[in-house]
Structures are given as structure tokens and as C-alpha cells.
Design a protein around this ligand. Structure first.
Ligand SMILES: NC(=O)c1ccc[n+]([C@@H]2O[C@H](COP(=O)([O-])OP(=O)(O)OC[C@H]3O[C@@H](n4cnc5c(N)ncnc54)[C@H](O)[C@@H]3O)[C@@H](O)[C@H]2O)c1
Length: 238
């Protein structure tokens, strides 16, 4: 496929390597200093754009892709207040948009484990639940998009929890998410249930960014010939 990269930082570089390894061609690379290239023939020749930029720039980049009729695989987190606009563009204008808060296969297995455990724990009110996520110091948003997905999935299953909250459990119905930023940690997420007698926790730790980048390239391949709003549930069979 002809792939355009939007955002050429840590993820953009990792995705480039994997896309080339899988036989794709990188036809355009857009970063903060050459956004005018959205209007270039090279960008318009892309079969798909893979976007990993910044929370503030993501929605404008998606609008540019829609204008150029280039399908998007979106990895940036921290822009979800614009989700309705994106979903409308897919439903009403036939655009293609794939979003995952986390593209790694391992994390998506972990998402499934989280939902299953939450279903069980719904019946055991002696346990309170909290979450912790650790990322590198350059990360701009908190909690991470992955932590928000985990919290929202959990809240759907555990009736005694109503919302997530950054750092503190103001009410018993809150799930507190403790966010730590240290060193170059690629990403650690833990969901912790605790009663007076024991602790049950599930944890995922990324060792590097390869799994994330591979998942994004596979998602780009998956968009080929498809329309509408897509996600990991459409792509994975579990
Ligand atoms: N969904 C996932 O699986 C996943 C995985 C890792 C990272 N992320 C998210 O992806 C985003 C990027 O992560 P990263 O680690 O590559 O960050 P990074 O800081 O290394 O790279 C971001 C790049 O975007 C560029 N940029 C800034 N403004 C831009 C603009 N207007 N247009 C195009 N590019 C612009 C920056 O110059 C930089 O090169 C973050 O939001 C991060 O949280 C998501």
C-alpha cells in the first residue's frame, strides 16, 4: 500500500520501519514544519494515512485527510472530545477512520481480560478497584488513552463504579487512576482489586514500541477497501 505518515516522532519512525519491512511504500511524511504537504499530490496518492502526532493537532490532521479523501489510522490520544465530528464524517460522508487507544495485540488481549475480570468482580463488593499507569516523561496526556479504555470497560461491568477520576477516589463510586511519568517507560497499566484480605491485579507492560507500531500497520492494511468508523474489535477475533 501507499502509506502517508503524519507525525514523525517516536511512533512515526517505528511505523516507517515496520511498514517498509512489510513491503509498503511511504509516499509522504508530514510533521509540524510541513503541514502544507497535505495539499501535495504525494499525500493525495496515499491509500491510507497513519497519524501519531499530538493531542492538539490531531483533529485538524483528520480534517485534512478527510478533505483529501485519504483513510486514516489514528493513534494519537487526548483528542476524544472531537470523536462525534469524526464519527459523523464517517457516517454521513463515507470517510474511513480507524481508531484504537492502543494498537498492541497484547494490550487488546489485556482489554478482554479486564472486561472478564470486571464481570466477575461485579458480584464481590468487598473489593474496591483502582488503576495505575506509568509512561515516559514526554507523554502529554494523562490518564493515557489505554487507561481510559480500561476504566470505561470496567465501569460498564462493575455496577458500584460510575466514573473514573484522576488520582483520587472522591466518592466510593469513582475509579481512581494514578498516573506516573518516569524515564523512558513505553507503557505499564495495572488494574488492582483490593479487599481486606487480599489483592488481585492484572498488569500489562510494553517492553518497547514495536507491538504498537505493528498493530497500526496491520490496521492500515485492514482499512483497505473499507468505509466507516473502525476499531480493534472489527479486526481481532476475540
Ligand atoms: N494508540 C496507540 O497505540 C499509541 C501508541 C503510542 C503512542 N500513542 C500516542 O500517539 C501520539 C504520538 O506519540 P509519539 O510517542 O510518537 O510522540 P512524539 O512526541 O515522539 O511524536 C509526535 C510527533 O508529532 C509531530 N507533530 C506536532 N504537531 C504536528 C502537526 N500539526 N502535524 C503533524 N505532526 C505534528 C511532532 O513534531 C512529533 O514529531 C501521542 O498522542 C501518544 O500518546 C498512541
Amino acid at each position: 500500500m501507499n502509506i502517508a505518515l503524519i507525525g514523525y516522532g517516536k511512533m512515526g519512525h517505528e511505523i516507517e520501519k515496520i511498514a517498509l519491512d512489510r513491503g509498503h511504500k511511504i509516499v509522504a511524511i508530514i510533521d509540524v514544519n510541513n503541514v502544507a504537504d497535505f495539499d501535495s499530490p504525494a499525500f493525495k496518492s496515499a491509500d491510507v494515512a497513519i497519524e501519531f502526532s499530538t493531542p492538539d493537532s490531531a483533529i485538524n490532521n483528520y480534517r485534512k485527510c478527510f478533505e483529501a479523501n485519504v483513510p486514516v489510522v489514528a493513534g494519537t490520544t487526548g483528542w476524544l472530545e472531537h470523536m462525534d465530528e469524526v464519527k459523523k464524517a464517517c457516517a454521513k460522508q463515507g470517510k474511513t477512520f480507524f481508531y484504537a487507544s492502543n494498537y498492541s495485540l497484547g494490550v487488546n488481549i489485556f482489554f478482554t481480560m479486564n472486561k472478564y475480570l470486571a464481570k466477575i468482580m461485579n458480584n464481590y463488593s468487598d473489593y474496591d478497584v483502582k488503576m495505575e499507569e506509568i509512561h515516559h516523561i514526554h507523554k502529554l496526556d494523562a490518564p493515557s488513552g489505554t487507561a481510559i479504555t480500561l476504566a470505561e470497560d470496567l465501569i460498564k461491568e462493575v455496577d458500584r463504579k460510575e466514573r473514573w477520576n484522576l488520582e483520587v477516589e472522591e466518592k466510593k463510586t469513582d475509579v481512581a487512576i494514578h498516573c506516573i511519568r518516569e524515564g523512558e517507560v513505553p507503557g505499564i497499566h495495572e488494574v488492582i482489586y483490593e479487599s481486606e484480605v487480599d489483592v488481585i491485579s492484572i498488569k500489562h507492560e510494553s517492553k518497547n514500541r514495536k507491538g504498537l507500531a505493528l498493530g497500526a500497520v496491520i490496521a492500515a492494511e485492514f482499512t483497505n477497501g473499507k468505509k466507516g468508523f473502525l476499531g480493534m474489535n472489527d479486526m481481532l477475533n476475540f
